[in-house]
Design a protein around this ligand. Sequence first.
Ligand code: ADP
Ligand code: F6P
Length: 319
Amino acid sequence: MRKIAVLTSGGDSPGMNAAIRAVVRRGLSIDMEVYGVYYGYSGLMTGNIKAMNAGSVGDIIHRGGTILHTARCLEFKTDEGQLQAIEQLKQHGIEGLVVIGGDGSFRGAQKLSEKGFPTIGIPGTIDNDIPGTEVTLGFDTAVNTVIEAVDKIRDTATSHERTYVVEVMGRHRGDIALWAGLTAGAESIIIPEVELDMDDVLKRLVEASNRGKKHSIIMVAEGVCPAAEIGKIIEEKLGFDTRVTVLGHVQRGGSPSACDRMLGSRLGAKAVDLLHEGQAGKMVGMQNNRIVAVDFDEVFNGKLPVDLNMIELSKSLSF
Ligand code: ADP
Ligand code: F6P
């Protein structure tokens, strides 16, 4: 394989640029030509494709977002859209594609592989919601962003002796809430995978208050319910002075952490190596600190068990 391309698709995540850099530079280092596709599958269908050199990816390893931009593209979900994309790739003489994105992007990547165009996926999403890899690109940075914000909230919470409900991203997966909640010392962590026990949340708040605690943080993943609903219940039932903070898209930006730069670099290089070996229809991921290749089918059928021990640990430490 002599010519490959790389694109980013779906929600962006910190570390995508590190992965793009690794794909380009690993490709160049083994005498491949590497192309960047702009605006995800949308740019693939319209041929928004440009040749990259080592300088194209200079000075980006520390930047959040994606220099290739990203998009969501409904047309690409159709057979016609996918065939149009393959036609564009062929016109450029491109023989393999690296797709950096989440679950939806991988479904598109699998369709390309099924239609005979070799594609490898790199799991890029802050949600840490992709089976087959212990961690996704951007998750570590997002968790660090959340704890930095909560550390600040804690200052004002203590001054005013308030309870704060902090809403973080995660529609179906509570890992950001779980990791950030544990590492920021939240009183309770509320995630989609575990049924909400509001009585327990209230009980823990009262116990903490009785012990003289000056503030409390409740961490809730967006997929459960709006944080404002939790805040309202706390005020109504306990009369505690409560504020709500929705961190929102701030979690998706920022300079990637060392872990995400490392992960992006390792995954990017491995994706190119797999294409070079003639492999396709796979995601690269991390298992036991080793970079592995996992079939897309395994990714789509895989389970993501929640680590209940982490919730228990958090409860046992935050009183
Ligand atoms: P993410 O990759 O972050 O999960 P999306 O679910 O929005 O983001 O998917 C990104 C893009 O991937 C979509 O806009 C679409 O172009 C493509 N895609 C998603 N699902 C499919 C599918 N079932 N078949 C083909 N392409 C898909
Ligand atoms: O990337 C995943 C995610 O961050 C979700 O947690 C969130 O709900 C969603 O993306 C929002 O994405 P957008 O606003 O780009 O549609």
